[in-house]
Ligand binder design. Structure first.
Ligand code: SAH
Length: 345
């Protein structure tokens, strides 16, 4: 399969059947070559820089019922919380002192966060920290809502498409959610000028090499600036409690493929990857990822943003997480960037 790695490296593309062969290639030589080429491409575009995004998990209330997610509305054992304005601003203050120049506000789809509320919050943060980027990850909203938040100063939006194969999408989501709407949201975000992030889980129940190939094809169509992937990890109080999770090997293979297909993309080495293997995030960085997202949420709520079991970094203060991640980045052979970290053009 080394030939396929080389073809992807040279042409940024493969045929459907080649793509599937590479996705399922489990041999060590392919993994080695993919990592080698992915790192080469990443260093050509971004050098050794790793960008930091301070993650503020603003709410664990969610109107949705995604079957894989620990904060789905049907999980009555989930503890719910919502940060108030002062708490969110104080997370930013804390993050700014730690050197972060991007704040990501992520949460369940919580109706409390109206457009008026979000716009006020976004402009306040922008006024205080004009040199920082604001990223939102609040799920599906209307075109008008995305537009108003963009005008208020939001720079980026993360919305994973989750599964580009319609059949798989409907096995992972309740009937009222549609792949069509998810995709429409993503195209709206791009059109509005957001730096847009999409992505999917690796090893989700019922996912096949065909579905992963469909995910890559969709990303080629969308051309997002950011691509976030991480292993599926079962959550004890969801319908997928008994399913097996995504593996380190497959996740790394997908990260490497993404780097070769999308040389300029910002690709995080995710907390989920660090959860399934102690050195998962370091390996992600060495296989083409160039972003990490340290947790800035107040320690009192960390455990309650409980998307999957055994999530790491739920006990530490933000400063401890920042120090720990800095050390991990450097031990993997890279350097922490103090920049906002916009996508290369
Ligand atoms: N409500 C927002 C944020 C969702 S949480 C939105 O809809 O975009 C962020 C991501 O966590 C999701 O996009 C999903 O891909 C991932 N996630 C949720 N449950 C997970 C699980 N059990 N294992 C791994 N990742 C999960």
């Amino acid at each position: 399969m080394i030939k396929l790695v080389e073809k992807l490296y040279e042409t940024q593309n493969l045929t459907d059947s080649e793509l599937k062969s590479l996705i399922t290639a489990e041999d060590g030589e392919t993994a080695y070559q993919l990592r080698f080429r992915a790192d080469e491409v990443r260093q050509r575009v971004y050098g050794k820089k790793v960008f930091l995004r301070g993650l503020i998990e603003i709410s664990s209330y969610c109107r949705n019922d995604c079957l894989y997610c620990g904060i789905r509305r049907s999980n009555f054992s989930a503890e719910r919380y919502r940060l108030n304005r002062e708490q969110i601003i104080s997370c930013c203050e804390n993050g700014y002192k730690l050197g972060f120049r991007t704040f990501v506000m992520q949460g369940g789809e919580d109706a409390f966060f109206t457009d008026d509320y979000m716009c006020g919050l976004i402009s306040e943060i922008k006024e205080k920290y004009p040199d920082c980027a604001i990223t939102l990850s609040l799920g599906e909203r209307s075109f008008e809502s995305y537009k108003r938040m963009k005008e208020a100063g939001a720079d980026r939006y993360l919305l994973r498409h989750e599964a580009a194969d319609g059949k798989l999408y409907s096995k992972l989501h309740p009937k009222e959610l549609s792949l069509e709407n998810r995709m429409e949201c993503l195209f709206s975000l791009k059109k509005l000028g957001y730096q847009t992030g999409s992505g999917f889980m690796v090893g989700a129940p019922f996912q096949t090499a065909d579905s992963l190939a469909a995910d890559l094809r969709f990303l080629q169509k969308l051309q997002p600036q950011m691509i976030g992937i991480g292993p599926f990890i079962p959550h004890r109080s969801t319908p997928f409690a008994g399913q097996t999770g995504g593996t380190l090997e497959l996740t790394l293979r997908m990260i490497g493929i993404l780097r070769l297909m999308f040389p300029k993309a910002l690709i995080p080495s995710t907390t989920a990857l660090g959860t399934i293997a102690p050195n998962g995030r370091e390996l992600g960085l060495q296989t083409g990822a160039n972003v990490v997202m340290p947790n800035l949420s107040p320690v009192s709520v960390r455990k309650k943003y409980d998307l999957y079991d055994n999530k790491i970094c739920t006990g530490e203060e933000a400063a401890e997480c920042a120090v720990c991640l800095r050390r991990r980045i450097e031990s993997a052979g890279y350097e922490v960037s103090e920049e906002r970290g916009d996508a290369a053009v």
